[in-house]
Design a protein around this ligand. Sequence first.
Ligand code: SF4
Length: 317
Amino acid sequence: MAQGPRSIRIGISSCLLGQEVRYDGGHKRDRFLTDVLGSFVEWVPVCPEVESGMGIPRPSVRLVRSGDDVRMIAERTGEDHTRSMRAFSRKRVAALRKLDLAGYVLKRDSPSCGMERVRVYAEGGMPEKKGRGLFAEALIDGMPQLPVEEEGRLNDAVLRENFIERVFAYRRLRDLFRGRWSVGSLVAFHTAHKLQLMSHEPKAYQQLGRLVGEAKGMDRDELRSRYIEAWDDPESPGALPMPLQHLATAEAHQRVRRAALAGSPTAAELTVTPVGQIVGRMNQLRPARQVVAEMVDEYLDTVERMARLMEDTEKGA
Ligand code: SF4
């Protein structure tokens, strides 16, 4: 596990790391998270049910609709844990806000940790998969810009790559706005990420460019959230494939590195590596021939895609 002052911290449901904290004393270790992504990040594990005092083993709980509210009820005993779980979650999220997290991986389907489509039972009726775990709800409400995903969705290569890209972008934005920052450092950041931002949302890139021009005296939270929205936009065409990411950012990276070598402290802050995207791709063993063939296909697709983006941007300029 990576650690140290510059390590990337990601919160995680403890059972995904193999900790035996589930209601039956088991775990749900996820090998991609522990063996691959875990080499590059520092995990901050949280088990809301154990930390809020429910013990191991414990009766399993589920979400039950009660009027406009959703309650967390123990299946066997009927004990209502809603109040204690909500109070615990508020406090725990407040503590997590101080830990400089860059992302969070939640356990799917859990009445505590599930991010979406968690079963909610009508009293005495059938469940609907429309709920969110109580801890996940407090986390997402309390840290709305934080990149959050479930381990199940991370099995999808596109979602996994997008999550890792958002984690690294979020971290770089936080670094940029930590302490004192200048319009010059914002301009350098904007330039270094130009094509990456354009690949997600060309219009937002142009709007952000105007914002950078007016940034002096602006609130840093407002600036940061505008960038994060550009990366997170649900209408966004998604992350660029790896070869194009390099193609798109190579020139900017070279300029930033040259300035860093020449002694610019601002440029040194902006030097980045593509580790996030590489980790996102490390999920199985494949023949080198297949990997190279896919890279060539992706290169051709993405050159076409970039040409279309440039054309659209020029038309909109
Ligand atoms: S899903 Fe969440 S509450 Fe349940 S065992 Fe895992 S970490 Fe604990």
